[in-house]
Design a protein around this ligand. Structure first.
Ligand SMILES: Nc1nc2c(ncn2[C@@H]2O[C@H](COP(=O)(O)OP(=O)(O)OP(=O)(O)O)[C@@H](O)[C@H]2O)c(=O)[nH]1
Ligand SMILES: [Mg+2]
Length: 365
């Protein structure tokens, strides 16, 4: 089952799965899609029912309380779509992630995978960028650290803006891409298996790992180094990957094609001590080998924000950095200044308390 939260999350989830449940704080927003399954979150507002969260994740978080039990039951073992820029998707998804982060251990079969859509920092409003940074540094990284989420797919709106694509076309292309990856177990089942094996259980287990998933696919040329081909064919809808921790691939070869090509792909991963799960099948519709490959990688919150930063244009980096500075909580700064003062004091044999009093008087603490 699939769930879509907020405007973008609902549209993408519904495109991916016509049975998806969509969630919003506004009846008007919910009725924009002909989805059968809808959850309306209640927001108490002076102006009555809102049309959205006005890009304020706090409103999304408040609204979550009214649907918490229902949502937690429904996300179990499922796929959740949300953007990170707005208020509704960000706030409700952040609350879900907070809840997951504070659970004991979520068993593999009950993990939730998240499809997140990040804004393009160069051309989207500052609120979307700020909300995204808050989301990546806080709820998302804590939930991943807890090990209680499944795969996280970090989609970006970069190509939409750079290639000036319509929202509808971009959504369709993005979902088409996700479907190529999700088709791996079905292809493994329907085509003749030549080597390896990835069945539905293996695939679900892979999806339940708490890492970022970058997947891509291309015609595989056995004459060219796999690394080079991978780099040239990264998925333009996703943030670029880091060194993989785990990997999975499906190699489809034409009828009568060489079933041993996959050994070169295995050796590529062996260099990084990664042992992929894989399947090799015969697809009679192809005239060249085709590979679908996924890399699972892990990031620290600061690096994650950097990645988000990296896909944006240089002049936006300053903007992103500025928001980042505003997000550094002041108490942390104060504690480090205080302990630094104490350390210096001890080194020079001065009275710690006196140094702190002076610093405080000077307004440095
Ligand atoms: N690719 C794509 N991006 C979208 C779409 N709709 C919104 N976005 C992006 O999503 C972010 C805004 O999030 P929304 O999902 O509209 O916001 P929301 O969760 O409904 O929250 P509020 O409207 O603030 O209550 C921005 O980065 C938009 O560019 C869409 O259909 N396709
Ligand atoms: Mg909205």
């Amino acid at each position: 089952m699939t769930m879509g939260i907020g405007g973008a999350g609902s549209k993408l989830a519904f495109l991916y799965d016509g049975e998806a449940t969509i969630v919003n704080v506004s009846e008007a927003e919910l009725s924009k899609l002909p989805a059968k399954n809808r959850i309306l979150a209640v927001v108490h507002s002076a102006t009555g029912q809102l049309r959205g969260s006005r890009k304020n994740p706090q409103i999304g978080r408040e609204a979550f309380l009214s649907i918490k039990r229902e949502m937690l039951a429904q996300i179990c073992g499922n796929l959740v779509f949300s953007s990170t820029g707005g208020g509704t998707g960000n706030g409700i998804t952040a609350s879900l992630l907070d809840d997951l982060a504070h659970r004991e251990t979520v068993p593999a079969g009950e993990k939730t995978a998240f499809v997140l859509l990040l804004p393009y920092a160069k051309l989207e409003p500052a609120e979307f960028i700020d909300n995204t940074i808050g989301f990546l540094r806080g709820p998302l990284s804590q939930a991943i650290d807890s090990g209680n989420t499944g795969n996280i797919f970090l989609f970006t709106n970069r190509l939409k803006f750079e290639s000036k694509l319509s929202e509808q076309d971009y959504n369709a292309a993005l979902i088409e891409s996700l479907k190529v990856f999700m088709a791996i177990p079905r292809k493994g089942e329907s085509f003749r298996l030549l080597d390896g094996h990835v069945d539905y259980e293996d695939f679900d287990l892979y999806l339940s790992k708490p890492y970022f998933n970058h997947f891509t696919y291309f015609h595989y040329d056995p004459e060219v180094d796999f690394q080079k081909q991978l780099e040239a064919n990264l998925n333009p809808y996703l943030l670029p990957p880091e060194k993989p921790i785990e990997a999975l691939f499906l190699l489809e070869v034409p009828a009568g094609g060489d079933p041993t090509l996959f050994y070169d792909i295995l050796s590529h991963f062996a260099k990084d001590n990664v042992t992929p799960v894989y399947s090799v099948v015969e697809n009679p519709e192809l005239d060249k080998p085709f590979v679908t490959v996924s890399l699972l990688y892990s990031r620290k919150p600061a690096e994650l924000v950097d990645d988000f930063n990296r896909v944006s244009h240089a002049h936006t980096q300053a903007k992103v950095r500025k928001s980042l500075e505003q997000h550094v909580p002041l108490p942390v700064l104060r504690v480090s200044l205080e302990s630094e003062a104490k350390r210096q004091g001890k080194q020079q044999g001065a009275d710690e308390a006196e140094i702190l009093t002076v610093l405080r008087r000077l307004g440095k603490l």
